[in-house]
Design a protein around this ligand. Structure first.
Ligand code: SF4
Length: 795
């Protein structure tokens, strides 16, 4: 059937998750009627069900369409929302925030920021952060500690940068570690599938056989939270069999630097009287003498082709004493040596032969690309696990090499997030920063544990107000009951969202945000390869905003105006802020508006930039300018300088006392059909997964008289939830896996919602405590806990 003349097909990209898949929006008579892939776009080969269901999201009857004010006190079962005008809502919000800033300081207001898979907030991150900075708040519960902090910031402890984009198109071996892109990053999944089809090897490390694990050459069914032991064990095999890139390790890591027996790095001053404290020392095996390294220039003061990576050296210090020391790499190799395949098998529950086979795949590959995500990050030992993975990757020598993880050139843009607007004194007030000086708190991204403590206990000072840009904190973070008490205790909260989520329902004022299809969005880095990182697109709105809903950016500008921050916000001119971002790119806003399908900017891909091109100083953006096998930065804050394996805090080996009553390892995973805690109200998606699920092995089910489809109760030492049992014989019988995010009903299908704050609901995060956390990042064990399950008779 021919499409009617009134049908418009408008290019853009889906902003429902970080994949940013290129798409064509089909609009008829002012309604979005379909969203289709745009194969001409670098990320547009395919769209997932969530993207295709966008018309149901956009036109959903339960969308928030008007500003609302609560009439009943918080906690009253009927909040009695009263519709108010935008002016009233914004004036009251600004008045409340100004009052709190005056009485308790701007730090008493936290700015909640949702994930890119929340309300499409990725369109507005820099503006929201700018509002926080200009207001003066150092506190933003962002959730990075349970999302990307390990892949990005912890990775930077080793390489100086966030994990670069894998060059899937040229990789010989791809490692997906705790990352299932079929569910969370379709553009990555498509590229991996293409690479696999052309012959690349694929290793998937995941407790569940899901997505691309079904196509993998090696699927390693790791016990949730024991990934660090696996990384050290794989490294051990590569080192023992001498199948690592020794030249890269010698030339580009701090592996040759000598470490004293007291565990500290030998300094140049220790061995040469007038040498600087910052200089480091390696051992020249040919000359049999120490050689100094200058981190400023990134060079040794002598030949470096024979630097020792192993052995013990006795060096006479400037004070005449003999200093015994060993290369950092030798210490790393020694700690890996403890993790034989058999020991790894005991810890991780992966058979030793499978560990050996995976190491062989890595060793035999020319170029290795590796990507990890929340399967690695949501554990109490996440940071050291990420370090162990990063060092394993360093052994391959594939960093920034063709087919490895490549720092592709990106379109130059200006940052407008305005961190300079926040004074150093205010930055230093981020709650939790004193406990985790290298954690997300450096950027003001605080944990919910610290947020709740500040609200409920006033420690280290009271947080009394909250501005939440979509963050559904009660469902997406642990310790829901404490979160509930905290949100109820706030003096004032404003929440910006598309739907009345459980967290929004505790606000004083709720503001309706529109969907990505009703507003512009700028993307200048699509992140799946050179063809994508050179692509810029200003996604146009394809329909009018429904009701009175507005974009996050509009809301930011209007609040800024009322808070007296007009000057910091381009005097209210949103286009001026886009122009500032684009200024270094050479692209104009008008040009991008004229070409909604996007513009490709010619950029050259250069590899191994650490070697120094065009006169640039060689090295990495680390303190030593080397890949830091030994991290003095971590050591300075009392953390292990070499990757350390520590059992998950709530696990069968660390807490045998709890394991007596809670013998199963609980992990969780995102659903293929929903983004985080969204989309259960969309009928086409809810039909595919109508009920909350807990996956378990048939043997584990049989011993508990549970059949496939039975409703079961899951209990942990900290809470409980309910869901339907789904039997999967690919799971380890000692493991169960739940999906998080359940609260929303699907009215049109008559399918229920669930009370996210009740143990009779279906919110797995309500059963996770956040007392035990990663000492570096503050991550919580969402994916490695202990539990027991039992059959119940009714849902
Ligand atoms: S993976 Fe799905 S939800 Fe995410 S951007 Fe692509 S189409 Fe949208």
């Amino acid at each position: 059937m021919a499409e009617s003349d009134s049908v418009q097909r408008i290019p853009g990209y889906c902003a429902l998750c970080t994949s940013s898949c290129g798409c064509i929006s089909v609009v008829e008579a002012g309604r979005l009627i379909a969203v289709e892939p745009d194969p001409s776009h670098p990320t547009g080969k395919a769209l997932c069900g969530k993207g295709r269901a966008a018309p149901e999201l956009v036109h959903h009857e339960e969308r928030l369409l008007h500003p609302l004010r609560r009439v009943s006190p918080k906690g009253d079962p009927d909040p009695q929302w009263e519709r108010i005008s935008w002016d009233e809502a914004l004036d009251s919000t600004a008045e409340a925030l100004t009052r709190l800033a005056a009485s308790d300081g701007p730090e008493s207001v936290a700015f909640g920021i949702t994930t890119p898979s929340g309300t499409g907030l990725q369109d507005a991150y820099p503006w929201v952060e700018r509002l926080r900075f200009a207001f003066g708040s150092p506190n933003a519960p962002f959730g990075t500690e349970i999302c990307n902090f390990h892949r990005d910031d912890v990775y930077a402890f080793t390489f100086g940068v966030s994990t670069p984009v894998p060059e899937f198109a040229a990789a010989d071996c791809i490692i997906l570690w705790g990352h299932n892109p079929s569910t969370t990053w379709l553009a990555y999944a498509s590229r991996v599938a293409e690479a696999k089809a052309r012959g690349a090897k694929l290793i998937v490390i995941d407790p569940r056989r899901a997505g691309l694990a079904n196509k993998a050459d090696s699927w390693l069914r790791v016990r949730a939270g024991s990934d660090g032991a696996l990384a050290l064990g794989l490294a051990n095999i590569l080192i023992e069999e001498e199948r690592y890139d020794a030249a890269f390790v010698r030339d580009w890591t701090n592996g040759p630097f000598l470490v004293r027996d007291d565990g500290t790095m030998l300094s140049g001053r220790d061995v040469v009287a007038d040498a600087g404290e910052a200089l480091r020392v390696a051992w020249d095996s040919e000359a049999a003498k120490p050689v100094l390294y200058n981190p400023e220039s990134g060079t040794y003061d002598g030949p470096s082709s024979a630097l020792a990576l192993s052995g013990r050296y006795e060096i006479v210090g400037t004070d005449g004493t003999t200093i015994s020391c060993r290369p950092a790499f030798e210490l790393y190799a020694e700690s890996c040596r403890e993790f034989t395949p058999e020991r790894v098998a005991e810890i991780t529950w992966i058979p030793a032969d499978e560990v050996r086979a995976a190491a062989r795949l890595i060793a035999e590959a020319g170029a290795v690309a590796c990507y990890s995500w929340s399967g690695v990050g949501q554990h109490s030992n996440a940071s050291q696990t990420s370090r162990a993975i990063a060092l394993l990757y360093a052994l391959t020598g594939s960093f920034d090499a063709p087919g490895g993880n490549v720092l592709f050139e990106t379109i130059p843009t200006a940052s407008i997030s305005g961190s300079q607007l926040l004074s150093p004194e205010q930055k230093a007030k981020a709650v939790g920063l004193a406990d985790r000086p290298l954690g997300p708190e450096q950027s003001g991204w605080i944990t919910t544990d610290d947020l709740y403590r500040a609200i409920l206990e006033g420690t280290p000072y009271p947080i009394k107000g909250m501005v939440s840009f979509g963050t559904n904190i009660l469902v997406s973070h642990a310790d829901t009951s404490r979160g509930l008490a905290a949100l109820k205790a706030l003096d004032f909260a404003v929440h910006i969202d598309m739907f009345m989520t459980p967290s929004a329902a505790l606000a004083d004022i709720v503001l309706p945000v529109n969907t990505p299809w009703e507003r512009e969005g700028l993307c200048t880095n699509f992140k799946v390869g050179a063809d994508a990182t050179s692509y810029a697109q200003l996604r146009p709105p394809v329909i009018e905003s429904r009701g009175e809903s507005k974009s996050d950016i509009w809301i930011v500008f209007e609040l800024a105006k009322r808070l007296g921050l007009q000057e910091q916000f381009w005097d209210g001119d949103i286009d001026a802020s886009y122009r500032e971002i684009l200024a270094p790119s050479g692209l104009s806003l008008e040009e991008l508006r004229q070409k909604p399908g996007g513009i490709r900017v010619p950029l050259e891909t250069r590899y191994r930039k650490y070697a120094g091109h065009d006169g640039a100083a060689p090295g990495f953006a680390t303190p030593s300018r080397k890949v830091e096998i030994f991290s003095e930065k971590l050591q300075a804050v009392g953390q292990a300088p070499l990757p350390d394996y520590v059992e998950p805090a709530i696990g069968p080996y660390s807490r045998p006392d709890l394991a007596k009553d809670f013998p199963l390892v609980l992990t969780s995973a995102k659903s293929l059909h929903y983004c985080h805690s969204q989309h259960r109200g969309l009928p086409s998606l809810r039909k595919r997964e109508p009920d909350p699920l807990i996956e378990m092995h048939p043997d584990a089910a049989a011993t508990r008289r549970i059949a496939d489809g039975d409703w079961i109760r899951l209990a942990t030492p900290d809470g409980a939830m309910r869901a339907r049992a789904k039997l999967r014989d690919t799971l380890d019988p000692r493991v169960v896996s739940a999906t998080h995010g359940w609260w929303q009903a699907c009215t049109s299908l008559g399918l229920p919602g669930y009370d996210a704050t009740s143990p009779d609901g279906a919110n797995v995060n309500g059963a996770i405590g956040n007392r035990e956390s990663d000492p570096i990042s503050g991550s919580v064990a969402h994916r490695s806990y202990l539990c027991e399950v039992s059959r119940i008779d009714a849902p």
